[in-house]
Design a protein around this ligand. Sequence first.
Ligand code: ATP
Ligand code: MG
Length: 273
Amino acid sequence: MATKIGIDAGGTLTKIAYFDEHLNLQLISFLSSDMQAVKDWIDTNHSLASICLTGGRAEQLKKHFLSSLDIPYIVEFDATMAGVMYQLKQENIECEKAIIANIGTGTSIHIMKENSHSRLGGTGIGGGTLVGLGQALTGITDYKEMIELSDLGNRSSIDILVSDIYENNKLPINGSLTASNFGGVALKGNLNRRYEDYLSGVQGIIGEVVASLCIQAADAHSIDNIIYIGSTLENNELLKNIMESYTILKEKKPFFLEKHGYSGAIGALLESI
Ligand SMILES: Nc1ncnc2c1ncn2[C@@H]1O[C@H](COP(=O)(O)OP(=O)(O)OP(=O)(O)O)[C@@H](O)[C@H]1O
Ligand SMILES: [Mg+2]
């Protein structure tokens, strides 16, 4: 039984972090649509633990606890940054200045430098877009199935590359860059497109939009490192590959932390210690 637990109640997933009796970090997540399951899990496993909360759905989760007034809350961005710093140290990553993108339900973009951080902006394109647009196009609702299928897809009939437009003309920029995500569906004719291809195309939108914003932010602030976090990267090699290759192509250094989606929960846990 842990004495402290950190909880990040996000738009889609509620993440929990705690140290076990051997001081090993333990992590578990629940769907935020089932807060009762979170409460039941805590009651069964850690009923005496003190809780520190973060995340946009913290108030909704609090309603399930009798002693809700006593539960401390830490601002989501502070918790996330504390969790990122902790993981950088654990993973021996030297990174003092970075752009940080948290690809959650939506995406929030931050700058970290000189031991402080601030929010630069964000986009509504994020993990929610992946599952929402994916579902609209294929009817698939299971996250794991969607990710696995997308990995088998081919984006060549979905997107238009710069080289598709320029053909034999002299290329003004790298021909392998996407000129238009999903533009191929309208302009490349009636090809036989599979669910796998559409889902792969949706991953392309998320990866390229978020990476582009981060690269532009990095350029504007003369920063080389970009750290990508958020549960959208969980078991999602395709998305990581898209973001990694685009970031490297633009001469920035991408980092992915091992516990992708848990920075906020880890930050809340550290706050409670
Ligand atoms: N088991 C899962 N079920 C549903 N979505 C999942 C699952 N695992 C990963 N995801 C992906 O993770 C995304 C949520 O990421 P994350 O947990 O970081 O966001 P959040 O904290 O809930 O949202 P926000 O921070 O925007 O409030 C989902 O939109 C989905 O793309
Ligand atoms: Mg979140």
